[in-house]
Design a protein around this ligand. Structure first.
Ligand code: PEP
Ligand code: MG
Length: 536
């Protein structure tokens, strides 16, 4: 048995078998004879074609259309012909021919005037990387049964294609408690440890692991008695959790306890867990791990589903917070030295107006079906809010002209940059609510990238400076009679909740898995000062 000390991003305890996630490597060059290289290419085209057809047959209309477009390219003579002529005439091996074909074909498309044709180069890139992965055997495997995921520098994009229900715990080499991976682990209600060096050398797929978030340690391949003890502890925790849930069933709190979600299924889970509403829909998750952005119709269906799932309760949809570590492959963002300070959130929306308007139309239409509100991420200036509201109005006009029903949602902003804190009073006069994104506010206030490596001793999410910023924001909001929520990870930290409530925060928005424990904690805190909920 080996024991390693790590750092805790999400608490909890689990035991089970490891699945080590390895990222795709770059293409290997292998020179075979021409005929063999052509055969490798043809076999890969057939395999990919079959997979795409199978996926199309089990997809909804919108996705099926996208897959059909990919199949058309894959079966087009000018696509396969270009690759095989590089093998035949220039002696390239199959992976090398694919790489060069990408440059040739995408170069041709880039010269086209029509945007639609230009955008096809993303389909070509996607097809080429899938073919290369099949040929070189470098396809990324996904776990098929419950497992504890271990990997180097895992990002949420790496996990987007996984069945999240199979993940019992996560361990990585680098990380931080406010990284998006940590947010995901919180959503799943699983422990997440980081800080295990050479992780892919010490943990192998199939190893038995005991992950203890409380002790910040992992045991690898312990003896039978330790395994039995860990499994017993796991069962006990499960029972205790069910009991807490039961208790929290009847608790009522003055502070709203809202849920943070990333997709439609979580909306139902949040409703079952008695959320007071959905305080944050991270809508960008709808845009990740795909070859093209979701069409208006697909977005409309998703937002409508969420709104209906919570039966009239408030739902706050954050417009896509794309960029930094949540960059979809279909969007070209120039290389950035520091992506956290680059094209992110509202900036991406305002720099890609058609994309933004498509989302706004979908939100406006879904608002007809319930109590939907819209929230803008990463705001730093008043003009950004003015511009976004003007886009919202224009999108509403477009729907009106088409005779579509829509409803104008209330608009709020996320307070997650120091600049937004400093102009909170002015922002409060333009919008109807605030939600403080403490994950980002901490990174920008402390000047530490939330995905930074090796700086976790400096990353103090309970820093007094951060709490003062929260206090200033609440004061500005309440002076303008608008409510304030906290939707970052701080909202579910037992060592922060009381302070937030005493500061006068009106709502806490937390991952679905934390709804019960936060509700219970808040009920207890509120019962100690039932009539005075203000800063003391
Ligand atoms: C935050 O920054 O606190 C937040 C809730 O948004 P995200 O974690 O998605 O950036
Ligand atoms: Mg944020």
């Amino acid at each position: 048995m080996e024991r390693y000390d790590c750092k805790t991003a999400q608490t909890g305890f689990c035991a089970g078998y490891a699945f080590v996630f390895k990222k795709e490597k770059t293409i290997r060059y292998e020179r075979g004879d021409k005929e063999e290289e052509e055969n490798r290419l043809n076999r890969a085209v057939l395999t990919l074609g079959k997979r795409l057809e199978e996926r199309r047959d089990s997809s909804d209309n919108t996705e099926a259309e996208l897959i059909d477009a990919e199949l058309m390219i894959l079966n087009d003579e000018s696509f396969t012909g270009t690759v095989s002529s590089l093998i035949k005439n220039e002696g390239a091996d199959a992976p090398g021919a694919l790489e060069r074909a990408e440059a040739i074909l995408c170069g041709r498309l880039a010269a086209a005037e029509n945007d639609y044709i230009k955008e096809r180069s993303e389909d070509i890139k996607g097809l080429i990387s899938s073919l290369a992965a099949i040929i070189t055997g470098n396809e990324t495997a996904s776990p098929e049964k419950p497992c504890i995921l271990a990997g180097e520098e895992l990002s949420i994009s790496d996990l987007a294609a996984f069945d999240h229900g199979l993940i019992k715990g996560i361990i990585t080499n680098t990380g931080s408690p406010t990284s998006h991976l940590s947010v995901l682990a919180g959503n799943l209600g699983v422990p997440y440890l980081f800080g295990l060096d050479s992780i892919t050398e010490v943990i192998h797929t199939g190893d038995y692991l005991v992950v203890d978030g409380g002790k910040a340690s992992v045991l690898i391949n312990p003896e039978e008695t330790v395994k039995k003890e860990a499994e017993r502890k796991q069962e006990e925790n499960e029972k205790a959790r069910a009991e807490r849930r039961k208790q929290a069933e009847t608790e009522k709190t003055k502070t709203g306890i809202y849920a943070n979600i990333t997709g439609t299924e979580e909306a139902e889970a949040a409703e079952r867990a008695r959320c007071d509403g959905i305080g944050l829909v991270r809508s960008e998750f709808l845009f990740l791990n795909r070859k093209n952005p979701p069409a208006e119709e697909e977005q409309f269906e998703a937002y409508k589903h969420i709104v209906e799932a919570v039966k009239g309760k408030e739902v706050i949809i954050r417009t896509m917070d794309i960029g930094s570590d949540k960059s979809p492959e279909w969007l070209t963002i120039p290389d950035e030295i520091n992506p956290a300070l680059g094209q992110r959130g509202i900036r991406v929306s305002l720099n890609n107006r058609e994309l933004f308007r498509t989302q706004l139309r979908a939100i406006l239409r879904a608002a007809v079906y319930g109590n939907l509100k819209l929230m803008l991420p990463m705001v730093t200036a008043l003009w950004e809010v003015d511009e976004a509201i003007s886009e919202l109005k224009q999108s509403a006009e477009e729907l009106k002209e088409k005779g579509e029903s829509y409803c104008m949602p209330e608009t709020g902003v996320m307070i997650e940059t120091p600049a937004a804190v400093m102009i909170a009073a002015e922002l409060a006069s333009k919008v109807r609510f605030f939600s403080i994104g403490t994950n980002d506010l901490a990174q920008y206030a402390l000047a530490i990238d939330r995905e930074a490596k090796g700086l976790d001793d400096y990353f103090d999410p309970l820093h007094e400076g951060l709490f003062r910023m929260i206090g200033m924001t609440v004061e500005a909001a309440h002076a303008h009679d608008i409510p304030v929520a906290v939707c970052g990870e701080l909202a579910s930290r037992p060592d922060a909740v009381e302070k937030l409530i005493r500061f006068g925060v009106d709502e806490l928005s937390v991952s679905v898995s934390k709804l019960y424990e936060v509700r219970e904690a808040v009920a207890e805190i509120e019962s100690s000062f039932p009539t005075d909920n203000s800063l003391i």
